[in-house]
Design a protein. Structure first.
Length: 754
């Protein structure tokens, strides 16, 4: 059927950018929300309402608030606009609701002398559903009561929208709200705070997927259904995320220019291990955000370019950095980190912070009274917390990924390849973030995790630097052939000795000077561990079980490196095993876990250490621990399991090398072939040294006796697959096409399939 344009695109008084984004033909930038009937006497107000609804369905909450406010301003008796504006504050699934703000909007409508106006019975039911979501006649008024009442309020809201969907089965918005209500209820209360979660939580998750499929069957282009269906499948459950592929393909197809619609497929591609697909999705997402900012919209919206829709833009930016690092595109990932740092600096010195002070008219730092200036700086830091947490996580990830790339032996000796982690050793310790109260998106609990991650990266970089300088047996580099040993020899520093901090006082401060020769490594590591312990306690106090487990894993990784620096290999591997168990247990959580919470899988570090010890020959005896090639294979195989880091290229490379140590040429060839055919390292930075690894993999395929003459075909096949991806670069609006997923590889390790 030919596309019929939305007549509201011709409404008078719309800005040019609004006219662009409200259109539904030939494609819909923000998704076609028709049919959705509502009572309005003004076409311009109706157009703003429609844009607000589009934004709401796509979690574009900043625009959602603006458009519904415009509708209310133009037509004060358009009471459905109050309903939409109140929902902009609910932020279901994100769990970032602002109940007082939502209640204020609803009461503004209820106190209007003309309320309820011409609202239909259906519209009144929608309006009342938000009243129910806010707690009815007695809404919660404190942060604690908001959290405590959330499960009951969402459950009541689900019943309300269920009644609407039953009474009006043709109402696609009601059908989609059924999905998000079930999804939201399954991610709060005991479902988020109990490990393992109660059985009813899993039932709610499954119900949300069933409801999404039913709604999609009746309207396959509905932006709400496609979006909420994506979230319903974004869980560490193989049947769930593989079922989400159809949503990952359809959502950006029918919502073509929305930051969130272009980003969400990456959640599915990351879980599948299609890292290049995910990176392309997020690149398109950030480009859409930049295009929106360049459209002139921000001039009318009165927002700074770095701040508008920040919850979506920098989430996509962070995801893309993570995915680029998987492909060892170190420089491109570094540039995204740099952009995030610039945004964080802008947030720190935002004009809104200076305007809160009582200085001279220009209110510059130089003219402020000392106390007023302190207050302004404190406010700036408080406002910047959300931006700084993104930057902290990206900085930590950039450092540890470059470190592992070098440690595994994938990196050449180029300074550019190792600058990210080496730059951490002499840097000052990270500044603390604001953990209390509300930030831009009320991510107070994430701030603790981000601060912990950066402190962990500082500690790991310092410890690894010491191990490298000491010529420890856990460090064995090589060039060219992926398993040829090369003894670095000792640089004379020897095993590291950690001095107990008996003089440690409150907050990790010390009362005595530290050792300049060691760079104060004992004190720096102790301070980092103090932050990690405090962050873990904070996560526990606010019921964030999943984030707290992630912090615990980071803490164990630091302690493992401490043990290794003291030549206690057995202790290091035991600690990494404990960390891996924590990470694997996290997968049982039913909270939609963000990939951005993950850093290096502990099994990848374990496998890397075991490989290095195998290459170190007799020097490995200095690190007393049980170690065999099969143990290295097992560690990398655990890393590659579907619910951990599927197809993580560094773990695939490590396992191939470990298989060679075992003497299993067939299994090694399979992994090398997959490394080539997946193409995740296509175009990887030359300084990363991974082009050498790929060449070595191709050479190995061509000499592997177990494969004989078929080895050349494997390399040719890999080139054909890359060519096919190149031909589809424009499909879905970004490259490569998300329908390409590499074939699973099954290998046998000591009698077990991995």
């Amino acid at each position: 059927m030919p596309c019929v344009e939305n007549p509201l695109a011709l409404a008078p008084g719309l800005h040019s950018w609004e006219q662009t984004f409200i259109k539904d033909c030939p494609t819909s930038p923000f998704g076609d929300v028709r049919p959705f009937d509502f009572s309005s006497r003004n076409s311009t107000a109706a157009a703003h309402f429609t844009l607000g609804l589009k934004a709401l369905h796509n979690f574009f909450f900043d625009l959602c608030k603006y458009e519904f406010d415009q509708a209310r301003l133009i037509e004060p008796t358009l009471f459905m606009a109050y309903w939409g504006r109140a929902l902009c504050e609910a932020q279901l699934v994100w769990n970032g609701e602002n109940v007082p703000a939502s209640v204020e909007v609803i009461r503004a409508a209820q106190t209007n002398p003309e309320f309820p106006g011409s609202m239909s019975e259906r519209e009144l039911a929608y309006f009342q559903s938000v009243v129910t979501l806010n707690g009815g006649m007695e809404p919660p008024s404190t942060p604690d009561t908001v959290v405590a009442t959330r499960p009951a309020r969402i459950a009541a809201y689900g019943k309300a929208v269920s009644a609407i969907a039953k009474a009006y089965p043709e109402d696609q918005t009601a059908q989609s709200f059924l999905v998000v209500a079930a999804l939201a209820l399954g991610s709060v209360g005991d479902c988020a705070n109990t490990q393992p979660p109660p059985a009813y939580c899993k039932a709610l998750q499954e119900q949300s997927r069933v409801l999404a499929d039913l709604a999609r069957a009746s309207n396959p282009t509905s932006p709400g259904t496609l979006h909420y269906g994506m979230h319903a499948h974004d869980f560490p459950n193989r049947s769930a995320y593989t079922g989400g592929r159809k949503y990952a393909i359809a959502y950006p197809k029918y919502v073509t220019e929305q930051t969130h619609s272009l980003h969400m497929p990456s959640h599915i591609w990351d879980r599948i291990g299609a890292w290049a697909n995910a990176s392309a999705a997020n690149e398109a997402s950030v480009a859409a955000a930049d295009a929106f900012a360049a459209s002139g919209a921000l001039e009318q919206l009165g927002s700074h370019g770095y701040a508008f829709d920040s919850g979506n833009v920098y989430h996509s930016l962070e995801y893309q950095q993570y995915e680029l690092l998987q492909g060892c595109h170190m420089r491109k990932a570094r540039m995204l980190w740099s952009r995030m740092g610039y945004a964080a600096a802008q947030a720190m010195f935002a004009p809104r912070a200076w305007s809160q002070s009582k200085g001279s008219p220009d209110r510059s730092p130089q003219t402020l009274h000392e106390l007023a200036f302190q207050g302004v700086v404190g406010t700036s830091w408080y406002n910047a917390t959300t931006f700084m947490q993104w930057e902290y996580r990206m900085a930590a990830r950039q450092a540890v990924w470059s470190l592992l790339t070098e440690w595994l032996g994938g990196a050449a000796s180029s300074p550019d390849a190792t600058s990210d982690w080496r730059g951490f050793h002499p840097r000052s310790m990270p500044n603390p973030l604001a953990w209390q109260g509300q930030t831009v998106y009320i991510h107070s609990f994430f701030s603790a995790e981000a601060e912990a991650a950066l402190n962990a990266a500082h500690a790991v970089a310092s410890l690894y630097d010491n191990i490298v300088a000491s010529g420890g047996p856990a460090i064995a580099h090589h060039e060219g052939d992926p398993t040829s040993p090369q003894d670095l020899g000792s640089h004379g520093r020897g095993a590291l000795s950690f001095t107990p901090l008996e003089h440690e006082t409150r907050g990790g401060f010390t009362t005595k000077p530290c050792d300049s020769a060691s760079g104060c490594i004992s004190e720096r590591v102790a301070a980092s561990l103090h932050v990690l312990e405090r962050a873990r306690e904070h996560c526990a106090s606010v019921g964030r079980v999943h984030e707290g487990a992630g912090v615990r894993a980071l803490e164990l990784q630091v302690r493992a490196l401490m043990a290794l620096a003291q030549n206690n290999g057995s202790g290091a591997l035991d600690l990494l095993g404990e960390a891996a168990a924590v990470e694997e247990k996290m997968q049982s959580s039913l909270v939609p876990s963000s990939i951005t919470l993950f850093y290096l899988p502990s099994t990848a570090i374990e496998g890397t250490i075991r490989l290095a010890l195998l290459r170190s020959g007799q020097r490995a005896q200095l690190v007393k621990c049980e170690n065999t090639p099969a143990m290295a294979v097992r560690a990398f195989s655990r890393c590659l399991e579907p619910l951990i880091h599927p197809r993580m290229p560094l773990c695939l490379l490590g396992r191939a090398r470990a298989f060679r140590r075992v003497g299993n040429a067939t299994a090694a060839a399979r992994d090398y072939r997959q490394l080539l055919s997946d193409g995740e390292w296509d175009g990887a930075d030359k300084e990363s040294g991974l082009n050498v690894s790929l060449l070595a993999a191709a050479m190995y395929l061509c000499v592997a006796a177990a494969l004989g003459a078929v080895c050349g075909g494997a390399v040719v096949s890999a080139h054909h697959q890359r060519a096919e991806r190149a031909q589809g670069n424009n499909k879905m609006g970004y490259a490569p096409p998300p329908v390409h997923v590499p074939v699973e590889v099954e290998v046998e390790v000591e009698g077990h399939a991995h």
